[in-house]
Design a protein around this ligand. Structure first.
Ligand SMILES: *Cc1c(COP(=O)(O)O)cnc(C)c1O
Length: 296
């Protein structure tokens, strides 16, 4: 599960002393961080005798992909509220979730914007009752709590890697990691979004509700979005293709590619001591590669 990169340079810079925690190789039918964020909802549904889970996402959502795969495996019905866009309807992701029996409900962009509204959520819960509703991306306290298990893995498998880097979308995974590790650890979160400056507050809010006495040092870096969410500029494309050719490990352009590009650039500017071990969390997302023709 832990993979240490060789020091063969990528675009002139060695990533020696960088290890990857391959969450993309864990989680069975739902590899990556999403299965950690979802585990609470499946156990809660089981506890309550509820057999239907409902959530939100776009046509390439890793979250809905993981939800549908896990639901199929465990015999739980799933419903995906999809931000409809005709041109994307045929995404390979949607074909997968359909195969796994997820009921897909397309809604307009306007309706989709209401996904965080309590009244709208109540309406959906009623329509699909009895069901549990999971916030978009699994972004919730329960999701963060599930991700504290990733911290357990780090303490067991890589106790000496005090510099940790993780990709950030909603900040839920990062919050779980920060809460699950102590002040000897320093965590850099690489935002996949452009200018999402409320992320630190979101992580802080989750942290204040998570069970922890002390936690890791943390910060979110905003300079590695490569054009914005799900965008991939030339520098990211060049880096990912070079990285994959040399290290033989697949990345996704939305999250893990940007994280490794950030590590590459931080190495160049001496962010860490030359020989300090750095642990990068490979959070998965590889199903989404199919949406990028330059990767195939
Ligand atoms: C969803 C996702 C993330 C972001 O996780 P958050 O908890 O939303 O910050 C990172 N990497 C991958 C591959 C993901 O699918």
């Amino acid at each position: 599960m832990l993979h240490e990169l060789t020091n063969t340079p990528v675009l002139g810079v060695s990533l020696g002393h960088v290890s990857l925690l391959r969450l993309d190789q864990t989680g069975g039918p739902a590899p990556g961080n999403k299965s950690f964020k979802l585990r609470h909802y499946f156990s809660e549904a089981k506890r309550l005798g509820i057999t239907r889970l409902i959530s939100f996402g776009g046509a390439w959502s890793n979250h809905l992909h993981a939800l549908a795969a896990t639901g199929y495996q465990l015999g739980v019905e799933t419903v995906g509220i999809i931000r409809g866009e005709l041109s994307e309807e045929k995404s390979a992701m949607l074909a997968d979730v359909r195969r796994w029996g997820m009921r897909i409900v397309y809604v307009s962009r306007q309706e989709y914007r209401q996904r965080h509204d309590v009244a709208y959520q109540q309406q959906l819960k009623k329509r699909f009752a009895p069901c549990l509703l999971i916030p978009e991306g699994g972004a919730s306290l329960a999701g963060a709590q599930g991700c504290m298990a990733v911290a357990d893995i780090i303490r067991q498998r890589a106790p000496l890697a005090h510099h940790i880097v993780v990709p950030v979308g909603t900040g839920t995974t990062m919050a779980g990691l920060v809460a699950g590790l102590d002040e000897r650890f320093e965590i850099d979160g690489i935002s996949a979004l452009k200018g999402a400056h409320d992320l630190a507050q979101r992580v802080q809010d989750l942290l204040s509700q998570l069970p922890c006495d002390n936690h890791a040092h943390w910060r979110i870096l905003h300079d590695y979005h490569c054009g914005g969410f799900a965008r991939a500029d030339l520098s990211l494309r060049q880096f990912m293709l070079a990285f994959e050719a040399i290290h033989g490990i697949e990345l996704d352009p939305v999250y893990t590619g940007k994280m490794l590009l950030a590590i590459h650039q931080l190495r160049v500017c001496g962010h860490w001591d030359e020989d300090a071990p750095v642990l990068a969390i490979h959070t998965g997302g590889l199903q989404g590669r199919r949406g990028y023709s330059w990767l195939s």
